[in-house]
Design a protein around this ligand. Structure first.
Ligand code: SF4
Length: 76
């Protein structure tokens, strides 16, 4: 999964979901401090970093420290 191409912030789906590579830079009002791709349920390889797979971006990888508006905290 680490080999998958990284999602660009300019990618149309990324733009639609307000994806950012660095969650701390998000200006989206739904972003909460501490929410990052690595603790999102759609990030299917919890330990993967610095990039890992996201179900919403098939065939690509997202930044473990990234964020998008679909963030849903993974249940333990
Ligand atoms: Fe990151 Fe989750 Fe959005 Fe995928 S759905 S880009 S893992 S915050």
């Amino acid at each position: 999964a680490a080999d998958l191409p990284h999602v660009a912030e300019s990618d149309p789906t990324a733009k639609a979901l307000d994806y950012v590579e660095d969650a701390s830079t998000s200006k989206n009002p739904k972003h909460k401090a501490g929410d990052v791709c690595a603790n999102c349920q759609f990030y299917t390889d919890a330990g993967a970093k610095p990039y890992g797979p996201c179900q919403l971006f098939p065939g690509k990888s997202v930044n473990a420290k990234g964020w998008c508006v679909s963030h849903t905290t993974r249940k333990a």
